[in-house]
Design a binder for this molecule. Structure first.
Ligand code: R5P
Length: 289
């Protein structure tokens, strides 16, 4: 079956790289707006009898991306695609995975149900902190990839003299795993979150950190506070240099500028941003071949 890869809003680079890796044709999804503001979407390549791969990373405007992805999935089906796969390098709406306050929507399962209109979903390191698998909320087939091996290779090549730090217990599935794969020492800190922008990180002073070079590894860097707080404390404890590595560089507001003042910052290219230096398209290509 022939495959056509479509680059959705904000994900064109990733989609192009992916298409090249799997030797498929590439086309950007075309969108415009009717005078009343409604979205008009066009798939500029024939999908009849083919495998349509739609690439949508849920940034920088998650709500718009969601709507565009849903309409694109529907369009590919209407136009006779034999199979429709949604590649979501960064799958948004997964963090609201419980009702934290009365009346709140549990968005992850609502969005999962909508996106299950695709025949398959492929994503990387989704925010699965309270549920174990995407199969719990998606009714379509899902493939969950991890950037861990790619990050470990990156650490081995570029940060082989450093200690890996996980900023909170949840980050252990990235920080500790990546450190183990790379053969580097690691520690995981404790975090208490008060609000979306206020967190407190606890570093046990017993850990000898003076003079060390450190890499903080986490899945998502959003407001950057989960990185900024440990940076401040690690510096007080005499750490010599700090690099922050995130799988998904969301960088809400001024997060990237603020972080860059304190440390070196690197992310994978699941979300297009100025520090997205670590290419993870190979892992996606392997599942689509
Ligand atoms: C939290 O559960 C995640 O793993 C990240 O630590 C969090 O999303 C980072 O958010 P922020 O950059 O806003 O502190």
């Amino acid at each position: 079956m022939k495959t056509v890869v479509f680059g959705g809003c904000g994900s064109e680079r990733f989609a192009k790289l992916l298409a090249k890796r799997i030797k498929a044709s590439y086309a950007p999804v075309r969108t415009s707006y009717f005078p009343d503001g409604e979205l008009l979407l066009r798939l500029p390549a024939d999908v009849r009898g083919k495998h349509a791969v739609l690439v949508y990373s849920f940034q920088p405007y998650p709500g718009e991306v969601l709507l565009e992805a849903l309409i694109a999935i529907g369009a590919a089906k209407q136009q006779g695609a034999k199979k429709v796969t949604l590649v979501a390098p960064y799958l948004g709406f997964m963090r609201q995975d419980k009702q934290f306050h009365a009346g709140e929507a549990v968005s992850n399962s609502i969005v999962a149900r909508l996106l299950s209109s695709a025949d398959m979903l492929v994503t990387m390191d989704p925010h699965l902190h309270r549920i174990k698998s995407l199969n719990r909320i998606f009714s379509t087939k899902t493939t969950t990839l991890t950037a861990n091996q790619t990050l470990a290779d990156h650490l081995r090549r570029n940060h082989s003299d450093k200690m890996v730090v996980g900023p909170d217990e949840e980050s252990s599935q990235w920080a500790a795993s990546v450190a183990k794969l790379a053969g580097l020492p690691s520690i995981v800190l404790k975090k208490k979150r008060y609000t979306a922008t206020k967190v407190r990180i606890i570093v046990k002073s017993k850990i000898p950190l003076k003079g060390k070079h450190v890499v903080i590894v986490d899945d998502i860097i959003s407001t950057g506070h989960t990185m900024i707080e440990p940076i401040k404390q690690l510096k007080k404890l005499g750490v010599k240099s700090i690099t922050c590595i995130g799988v998904h560089g969301v960088f809400a507001g001024n997060a990237l500028q603020d972080l860059k003042k304190l440390a070196m910052v690197e992310t994978t290219n699941t979300i297009h941003n100025p520090v997205a230096r670590i290419d993870v398209t190979k892992a996606f290509a392997e599942t689509l071949r």
